[in-house]
Design a protein around this ligand. Structure first.
Ligand code: NAD
Length: 506
C-alpha cells in the first residue's frame, strides 16, 4: 500500500508480491459508518490484467504437477495461518463493508471451512477404475485441472466468497486471478499475501483490482480457462454470456429474493428470532437474507407483525465495532439511498410501512450510511419491492390465504436462491422441500447455507451455468474429466478393429 500523504492507495497482488497500480483510474473505499473516503483502489488496466494472467500461466505447470498431498500440506499451513489472522481479516472486512465484527468473524470462519475441505483434495480427486472392460483392457477416470481460473466477487462477503473459489481451484492444481469487489478489496489482498506466507508459490494466486474494464479484460483473455462469478443477477448473466462466448467454463451466481413461509402451527417465538437474524443481520446485505415472510392466514400474519415490530424498532444500530451493535450501516451512500427508494416505492404502491427506519441517525456518525430496519406489510407480488432484490434491512410480509398460495409465490418468483418453511407439520415440510424450485431449502432453519462439504447455489435466475460452488460441485467445476482405456502388449492380440464391436462380443 502506498500513501500519497493524503489517503492510502491499495495495490494489486501479482506474482507473489504487492504491485502498485500503473493506471490512472481509481475507486473510493469508504468508511461506511463515518461516511468519508478512507482509501483509494487502483483499477487494473488490460496490461496489468495480462501481467496477472501471465504470472498465473507461468506458475501453472509446476503447481499442477505438484502432488495433491503436497498441495494439501501447504493448504493445511494456510488454514492455520488464516485461523491466527481471523480477527485481523474480520476487522479488515468490517471496516470497509460496515458489518459488525461478530458477523465478519463468522464469515471468515465459513471461508476457513472451505480451506479445510480443500485440504482433503487427495481423496476428492480420486477417480474410478474398471479392470478388464474388454480382453486385457482396463479403464480409469481422472480429474485434471483446467488452467488459469478467475474469480470475480461481490462486496457483501469480501473474505468468504473469494474463499468459496480459489482454495478449491488451487487444491485441484489450477492457478488463479481474483478480482474482488472494488468497494472492499483489502481482504482479498491480505488473503493472497497470507497464501504466499503459507508456501503457495508466487503466481499461483494473484489479485487484480478494478471494475467492469478489468472484468472484461479477464473475460476476454485467451489464457483464462474458467470464470467463477458471484454478484447481482444482471452482471451474473452478462459474465456468463460473455465468458462462455469467449470459450470459457463459467459459473455465475446471481441475486436472491428468499422467502420464509410461516405456517399457522409454527413456533412464533422461533420464527421471530429467525427473522430478526435472517432479515436484519448484516443489514440484509446477504444473498441468503430472508427478504419476504409469507404468512399463511391472517391470524398468522397479525401474530407475526405483533412480535416483529418491537424487535425491529429496538435493533441496536451503529459502527462495526460499537458495543452491542446488532446492525451496521450499508456499504455506500448510493446503496443506502437505493434501499430507501425501495421503501418509498413500497409505500407508494400501497404496502403498510409498519416500521420505518428511513430517518434513523446514529449519534456521532451522522454522515454514515445507516438505515434502520423496516417492515412492509400487505406486500403483493405486483409491487416492485416484491419483484426486485432490495439487499437492505427491509422485510416484506406477504399474506397468503393457504399453503398452496405460499408455494406458488416461491415458485413463481424469478429468483431461486434460498427458501425456508417454519412449521411443526412434517407432511407440509416434506412437501415443501420436494416442490419448491429453489437451490437451498431450510426447514425451521432460516438461512440454509450449505456447509463447506456440500455445494452452494440457487436455481432459476440465481445461477447461470451448471455448477454450484464449493463442496463436490466445486471440485467438478475446477477440473475436467479424462477417461483412459489401456491395454499392454502382453494382452490379447486381435489385429486391426474397424468397427465399435468389442473383441469380447460374438
Ligand atoms: P455486483 O454484481 O454489482 O458486482 C459483483 C462483481 O462484478 C464485482 O466484482 C464488480 O466489480 C463486478 N461488476 C460490477 N458491474 C460490472 C459490469 N457492468 N461488468 C462487469 N463486471 C461488473 O454485485 P455487488 O453489489 O458487489 O454484490 C451484491 C450482489 O451479489 C447481490 O445481488 C447479491 O444477492 C449477490 N450475491 C449473490 C450470492 C450468491 O451466492 N448467489 C452471494 C453473495 C452475493
Amino acid at each position: 500500500m502506498s500513501d500519497t500523504g493524503k489517503l492510502p492507495i491499495l495495490d494489486h497482488f501479482i506474482d507473489g508480491k504487492r504491485t502498485a497500480g500503473a493506471g490512472n483510474r481509481f475507486g473510493d473505499i469508504h468508511d461506511p459508518a463515518g461516511g468519508q473516503v478512507q482509501a483509494h483502489v487502483p483499477f487494473a488496466t488490460p496490461a496489468e490484467v495480462d501481467a496477472a494472467v501471465q504470472a498465473a500461466s507461468t506458475a501453472l505447470p509446476a503447481w499442477s504437477r505438484t502432488p495433491p498431498s503436497q498441495r494439501a500440506r501447504i493448504l493445511f499451513r494456510y488454514r492455520d495461518l488464516l485461523e491466527s489472522h481471523r480477527d485481523e481479516l474480520a476487522r479488515l472486512c468490517a471496516s470497509e463493508h460496515g458489518k459488525t465484527l461478530d458477523d465478519a468473524r463468522g464469515s471468515v470462519t465459513r471461508g476457513i471451512e472451505i480451506v479445510e475441505f480443500a485440504c482433503g483434495i487427495p481423496q476428492l480427486l480420486k477417480g474410478e477404475i474398471n479392470e478388464n472392460v474388454a480382453g486385457g483392457v482396463d479403464s480409469y477416470s481422472l480429474r485434471q485441472p483446467l488452467g488459469v481460473c478467475v474469480g470475480i466477487t461481490p462486496f457483501n462477503f469480501p473474505a468468504m466468497v473469494p474463499m468459496w473459489m480459489y482454495p478449491i481451484a488451487l487444491a485441484c492444481g489450477n492457478t488463479f486471478v481474483l478480482k474482488p469487489s472494488e468497494k472492499d478489496p483489502s481482504c482479498g489482498l491480505r488473503l493472497a499475501e497470507l497464501a504466499v506466507e503459507a508456501g503457495i508459490p508466487a503466481g499461483v494466486l494473484n489479485v487484480v483490482n478494478g471494475d467492469k474494464e478489468t472484468v472484461d479484460a479477464l473475460l476476454n483473455h485467451p489464457d483464462v480457462a474458467a470464470v467463477s462469478f458471484v454478484g447481482s443477477t444482471p452482471i451474473a448473466e452478462y459474465v456468463h454470456r460473455t465468458g462462455t462466448a469467449a470459450g470459457k467454463r463459467v459459473q455465475a451466481l446471481g441475486g436472491a429474493k428468499n422467502h420464509l413461509v410461516v405456517m399457522p402451527d409454527a413456533d412464533m417465538e422461533q420464527v421471530t428470532d429467525a427473522l430478526i437474524g435472517a432479515a436484519y443481520g448484516s443489514a440484509g446485505e446477504r444473498c441468503m437474507a430472508v427478504s419476504v415472510a409469507v404468512a399463511v392466514g391472517e391470524d398468522t400474519a397479525d401474530a407475526l407483525i405483533d412480535r416483529l415490530k418491537p424487535r425491529v424498532e429496538s435493533l441496536k444500530i451503529g459502527p462495526f465495532d460499537g458495543e452491542g451493535v446488532e446492525m451496521g450501516p450499508l456499504v455506500t451512500k448510493e446503496h443506502r439511498d437505493k434501499v430507501k427508494g425501495y421503501v418509498d416505492s413500497g409505500v407508494a404502491e400501497g404496502a403498510d410501512l409498519v416500521v420505518d427506519g428511513r430517518q434513523v441517525k446514529v449519534p456521532g456518525h451522522e454522515e454514515g450510511f445507516f438505515i434502520g430496519g423496516c417492515i412492509l406489510d400487505r406486500v403483493t407480488p405486483q409491487m416492485k419491492v416484491y419483484k426486485e432484490e432490495i439487499f437492505g434491512p427491509v422485510l416484506s410480509v406477504v399474506r397468503a390465504k393457504d399453503y398452496e398460495e405460499a408455494v406458488r409465490l416461491v415458485n413463481e418468483h424469478e429468483l431461486g436462491n434460498g427458501a425456508a418453511i417454519f412449521t411443526r407439520d412434517g407432511d407440509a415440510a416434506r412437501d415443501f422441500t420436494h416442490r419448491v424450485e429453489i437451490g437451498m431449502v431450510g426447514v425451521n432453519v432460516p438461512i440454509p447455507v450449505p456447509t463447506a462439504y456440500y455445494s452452494f447455489g440457487g436455481w432459476k435466475r440465481s445461477l447461470f451455468g451448471d455448477h454450484s460452488m464449493h463442496g463436490p460441485e466445486g471440485v467438478r467445476f475446477f477440473t475436467r474429466l479424462k477417461t483412459v482405456t489401456s491395454r499392454w502388449p502382453s494382452g490379447i492380440r486381435e489385429g486391426a478393429v474397424f468397427n465399435f464391436k468389442r473383441s469380447t462380443e460374438a
